[in-house]
Design a protein around this ligand. Structure first.
Ligand code: HEM
Length: 146
């Protein structure tokens, strides 16, 4: 009898462990988690915006802009976009870029600055997933007449 109970106990323990393992496999990490969360997003956004603000072809757009506030807003936006538990309270992409007259070339340079930073801090798969999420924003950010 004791032998049988021990046997049943071991079986139930094994199935418990298996269930937990399944949970870990099926409970997929979000892109936000795989990127490294807020610490990594903060570094990537900061490097991207500093690089853009210093770029000879982009600096005119960032004149007079409070970069710390902008960085905070972009971090929250990318956090939400990648599945993180944040709140983005900024404007739509259309409204926030409406007066900036951003060209396609300028958009590409900005994305390149972000790609360079992502290359330094994030794995290829996560980099491509994040850039894919940003690509559709182009039509709202680039000024219509160019
Ligand atoms: C996928 C690319 C981009 C993303 C995800 C993005 C994201 C954002 C976000 C979230 C804001 C803040 C909106 C708010 O807080 O209300 C913002 C504002 C701004 N963005 Fe972008 N942006 C992108 C491309 C660009 C490009 C290409 C430029 C210029 C070359 C640029 C220049 C600016 C500037 C100057 C502001 C501040 C506008 C203001 O405060 O009046 N952005 N962007």
């Amino acid at each position: 009898m004791i032998k049988l109970l021990t046997y049943l106990f071991i079986i139930s323990l094994t199935s418990c462990v298996q269930q937990n393992a399944n949970l870990q496999v099926s409970g997929q990490a979000t892109l936000f988690e795989r990127i490294g969360g807020i610490p990594v997003l903060t570094v990537v956004v900061s490097e991207t915006i500093d690089s853009a603000a210093q770029h000879p072809k982009l600096e005119r757009t960032f004149k007079g802009i409070k970069l710390a506030t902008l960085k905070e807003s972009v971090v929250n936006q990318l956090c939400v976009l990648s599945g993180g538990d944040c709140k983005y309270e900024g404007e739509t992409m259309k409204n926030s870029h409406a007066d900036l007259k951003i060209t396609t070339a300028e958009f590409e340079l900005f994305v390149q600055a972000m790609r360079d930073s992502l290359n330094r801090h994030v794995a290829t798969r996560e980099k491509n997933e994040l850039l894919k999420l940003l690509a559709p924003m182009k039509r709202d950010i680039v000024h219509q007449n160019n």
